[in-house]
Design a protein. Structure first.
Length: 186
């Protein structure tokens, strides 16, 4: 019985070692454009489409760690207050995060489905174009600048077009609710 258990243990470890040798750690660089900006709910108009840049180090077949940065410029519509006065503002919004993702190994070939968490920092710089900042802050809770801690989840997919290049799409919160773009494997 001891010999059978020892033989099975050695066999399992050998299979695991052989499978681990086939995977090569790599970095995926993703450049994306937001197709559904976060501030669309405020009827804002994107003056600069949300842009994102991520670098993910896939150190095992199923896990990666990375960094992400994103930026957008949104201009509000003219907001009318109860007293009849109006205000309009521009929001320069950026994020810098660390991200961890789990990757699916269920699909073979060119598809990669993944999901994970972002943890980082956001900065919102509000420029008043017209109106009084105090009224906007009192009624809408929007101040001149604001920096916050960000923690959010994301779900994405990557499709390879070749050995080193592919397309990706992600859903999550940040500068855009939905992002699409190009992915380059280093």
């Amino acid at each position: 019985m001891k010999k059978l258990f020892l033989s099975l243990t050695v066999l399992c470890l050998t299979i695991q070692f052989v499978q681990a040798q086939r995977f090569e750690p790599h970095i995926d660089i993703n450049l994306g454009i937001g197709v559904l900006p976060t501030f669309v709910k405020d009827h804002g108009k994107a003056k600069m489409l949300p842009m994102s840049l991520t670098a993910d180090y896939k150190f095992t077949k199923n896990f990666s760690l990375g960094l992400a940065a994103s930026y957008s410029v949104t201009e509000s519509g003219v907001h009318q207050f109860l007293d009849g006065t109006t205000a309009q503002w521009r929001n320069n919004f950026s994020t810098v995060t660390m991200r961890a993702a789990a990757h699916s190994s269920l699909l073979q070939g060119c598809w990669n489905i993944y999901g994970g968490l972002n943890v980082g920092y956001t900065d919102s710089n509000i420029e008043m174009m017209q109106g009084e900042e105090e009224k906007v802050k009192a009624e809408r809770g929007i101040g001149r600048t604001g920096s916050n801690f960000l923690y959010t989840a994301f779900l994405g997919t990557r499709y390879c077009l070749g050995k080193k290049i592919g397309l990706f799409g992600e859903v999550g919160f940040g500068v855009s609710i939905a992002t699409v773009g190009i992915s380059v494997r280093l």
